[in-house]
Design a protein around this ligand. Structure first.
Ligand code: GDD
Ligand code: MN
Length: 379
């Protein structure tokens, strides 16, 4: 009897896992998949490699391009995630989906220089290293044709990241690197998985300093498709830094919620002073208006930043806003109650006021997280 068609020609013990797996996160990169695989074929000739595309159910069906290649090329695999978004988690899950001892991460838009991969692999094989990073900031590396605005943003972010890391890494924001799988195994439970900066996450999560080498490369301009880097990504980067520094003690969402609340105080005071000075409104009227406006401000900003993964849209905004305002009104009365009680006993206005704020903050944060943003994650 003939063997079923799907069985490999070799016996199972003759099979060996690839030595290196290139994990490629994708979102709307269908025009780049074929070209990328062709480039990897050329660059990694002579190496046992595979590529795992991790596609977040792209509207342009990037996953279908990868699957088409998989029909005839066993080196190409694709993990299609549904109802999920996120560059960092895509990289983590792709790395966990392979048996290869060396794991590379690389963008799917041809901006990273695949011809560096053999060099990175060689460095890991031959030297006592944990991680090799494709760097734009070491001698010989470059940002290619970036706008001066983006160069400036990238420099500031890099400097911030270096402070958090305390590791001698010139380009902690790089999305192009290769590591030993034991490194991932050691850090995987500590990863934050937020946003774009998976390398930063890995290095900052390692309990012991990693042995790192940087390999320069030139960042190429994007040919097809669009960058997904926007303001949200920058905010997620700040949250990742917060998580990697104070995250062990305070939940990152609470830090974000408190920061937005701080801005809300500014909004409150601006409305109050404008109504009083500009419109001669009665104090109670002006204060009420300021409360309403700053609550709305807090709701919308938290909805887009703090809870971007659970963001309410369309009609759901109305009950969301009403519940938020009701919860915060109770939080405000708890704030006033606690502060007045302490003040009566203690007489310290600053301490009593701050204690009231902390109680109000915890109340608002916990109640709104349960009532307003308890839904399932958005894709
Ligand atoms: N699965 C998945 N999910 N992939 C994503 C997502 C997502 O939510 N968002 C972006 N990607 C994929 C893109 O399709 C691309 O293959 C890769 O991640 C990088 O995304 P770009 O949108 O092209 O990012 P960039 O070029 O602006 O930023 C690059 O350079 C930065 C350095 O400044 C990336 O390499 C960043 O990681 C890097 O920090
Ligand atoms: Mn890109």
């Amino acid at each position: 009897m003939n063997a079923p068609a799907h069985q490999p020609a070799t016996t199972s013990h003759a099979w060996s896992a690839p030595e290196v797996c290139v994990v490629v996160p994708t979102f709307n990169e269908s025009a780049n998949v074929h070209a990328l695989v062709a480039q990897l074929e050329a660059a990694l000739a002579g190496v046992a490699w595979e590529v795992v595309f991790v596609d977040d159910d792209s509207p342009d069906h990037t996953f279908a391009q990868a699957w088409q290649l998989s029909q005839t090329n066993p080196r190409v695999r694709c993990l299609r995630r549904v109802g999920r978004r996120g560059l960092a988690t895509a990289c983590i899950e792709g790395m966990l989906a392979t048996a290869a001892p060396y794991l590379a991460v690389m963008d799917g838009d041809l901006q990273h220089d695949e011809t560096r991969l053999p060099l990175m692999l060689q460095a890991l094989r031959d030297q006592d290293l944990d991680l090799v990073v494709g760097s734009r900031y070491t001698e010989g590396g470059s940002l290619g044709q970036w706008s001066s605005d983006r160069i400036r943003t990238s420099r500031v972010a890099t400097a911030l990241a270096q402070r958090v890391l305390r590791a001698p890494l010139h380009d902690p924001m790089s999305g192009f690197f290769m590591l030993r799988r034991e490194v991932l195994d050691r850090v995987v439970h500590r990863l934050s998985g937020m946003g774009f900066k998976i390398l930063l996450d890995i290095v900052a999560s390692s309990p012991t300093p990693l042995r790192i080498q940087e390999v320069p490369f030139e960042f190429r301009p994007r040919q097809a498709g669009q960058s997904k880097l926007d303001e949200r990504v920058i905010y997620e980067f700040l949250l990742l830094l917060a998580d990697k520094t104070v995250g062990r003690f305070v939940p990152t969402r609470l830090v974000s919620f408190a920061a937005v609340g701080g801005l809300g105080v500014g909004v409150h005071l601006a409305v109050l002073s404008t109504l009083l000075a500009g419109f001669g409104a009665a104090f109670a009227v002006a204060q009420t208006a300021a409360v309403v406006v700053s609550m709305m401000f807090n709701f919308f900003v938290n909805n887009t930043l703090t809870y971007q993964d659970k963001k309410l849209t369309g009609w759901a905004l109305i009950p969301g806003l009403l519940k938020f305002m009701a919860a915060c009104a109770l939080g405000a009365s708890a704030n006033v109650g606690v502060a007045s009680y302490l003040y009566a006993d203690w007489g310290n206005w600053l301490g009593s006021g701050l204690a009231g704020i902390v109680v109000g903050l915890f109340w608002n944060y916990s109640v709104t997280s349960m009532l307003v943003w308890s839904g399932r994650n958005r894709a």
